[in-house]
Ligand binder design. Structure first.
Ligand SMILES: [Zn+2]
Length: 381
């Protein structure tokens, strides 16, 4: 009888070993770390990625009581939007909340992960979630990402073209908007002469050879370039495939900071601001003068989006919602747009839902909790 009970407990209590890296890889497959801004510090800030994950606690900011909550709830991984460690730390003596959080996390084997501007920039990220809550449609990017696209070209015998196209599409090249597997190919003649030591796939050594080939090209973000080049080399039949890589000046229209979209029906400015207050639980909205116009097109950017006021005006939006607008920036509205500061935390609070959806979609039975201790650090008197 005792043996049976022991067996039963062991069986029921057994669960799959889940590494912390499996959780963070899931988040990064949605929002690659390579998308983060140059000033940022996304990724695993504290902890060993090979350790077993016991549960995930989701928050916007890591402070001491969040680490306490993680410990008390048995979650040894905190996934936060804002990086706890942003600048270099030269001492760890508990003088700041950052140092105390790190110390407590390390002592209690709690890992801390930040998913910040990569989640701002990615498709269906922070600002997209705000747009969804406002029921905006016809969504486009407010400030598309620049200097991240390149073009890769190679030349391959006709018979091997389709196999290569499939392999390269599988690693993410040729993804344009809502289309994947995009490429262009054209026909031509390739010429080459194999020298000593070469093992040519076609043709004879020391003889000029001409082969009917396809020139095939893809557009791709540079952070997958190595993967794409390795795929081409491993799929291409030639010993030395010719591959060209060109940097592109194109903006990446589907990735970037902030979004613009339309309301399903026009609202008065006051009606719309009331709706925003309600949805984002804003105690007070600071805004530039109202223009007595109907709101149809809305630009928004979660977090600190003051730098995109000009983009919002250019987009033709009637109103721009973001956080952290300082006094002088409100003058930039110049009676052509309403600028509204809805609060940094307020605008980004629903980012946790994206974390939750991505992790539970991949690991439906894993413990993922929203912090109950989290509060907006800014109070309104
Ligand atoms: Zn933020």
């Amino acid at each position: 009888m005792t043996k049976l009970i022991v067996f039963f407990v062991t069986f029921v209590g057994k669960k799959d070993f889940m590494q912390i890296s499996q959780i963070t890889d899931t988040l990064e497959s949605f929002a690659p770390i390579a998308l983060q801004e140059s000033f940022d510090n996304c990724g695993l800030l504290v902890g060993n990625p090979q350790c077993e994950a016991t549960g995930v606690l989701l928050c916007i900011d890591v402070v001491e009581n969040i680490v306490d909550e993680a410990i008390a709830s048995g979650c040894n991984l905190i996934v936060a939007h804002h990086p706890l460690i942003f600048r270099g730390i030269k001492k760890l003596n508990g003088k700041t909340y950052i140092e105390r959080c790190i110390e407590k996390a390390v002592k209690n084997d709690v890992a801390i992960y930040a998913a910040h501007t990569n989640f701002d920039i990615t498709r269906r990220g922070v600002s997209h979630r705000m747009a969804k809550l406002l029921n905006l449609h016809n969504i486009r990017i407010l400030s598309p990402k620049k200097d991240i696209l390149c073009k890769v070209v190679t030349f391959i015998p006709y018979d091997y073209l389709e196999k290569l196209k499939v392999a390269v599409a599988q690693v993410g090249a040729g993804h344009i908007g809502n289309y994947d597997s995009c490429s262009f190919s054209s026909s031509g003649e390739g010429s080459f002469r194999a020298l000593e030591g070469a093992q040519p796939f076609v043709g004879e050594a020391f003889t000029l050879h001409t082969e009917q080939e396809s020139r095939v090209e893809w557009i791709l973000p540079t952070y997958i370039l190595d993967n794409v080049l390795n795929t081409i080399k491993s799929t291409h039949p030639y010993e030395e495939p010719a591959i060209d890589v060109y940097p592109l000046a194109n903006k990446w229209d589907n990735y970037g900071l902030g979004v613009v979209g339309e309301l399903t029906e026009e609202r008065t400015e006051k009606d719309f601001l009331l709706q925003v207050k309600d949805i984002f639980e804003v105690k007070a909205i600071r805004h530039s003068p109202l223009l007595n116009k109907k709101i149809r097109t809305v630009a928004l950017c979660g977090g600190s989006g003051a730098d995109f006021i000009a983009d919002a005006k250019r987009s033709g939006a009637d109103i721009y919602l973001t956080g952290d607008i300082t006094y002088h920036r409100f003058f930039e509205a110049e009676n052509s747009i309403v600028i509204a500061d809805i609060g940094h935390f307020e605008s980004e609070q629903y980012t946790k839902e994206i974390f939750y959806e991505q992790i539970t979609k991949k690991f439906p039975n894993f413990v993922v909790r929203f912090s109950e201790a989290e509060r907006n650090i800014v109070s309104y008197f």
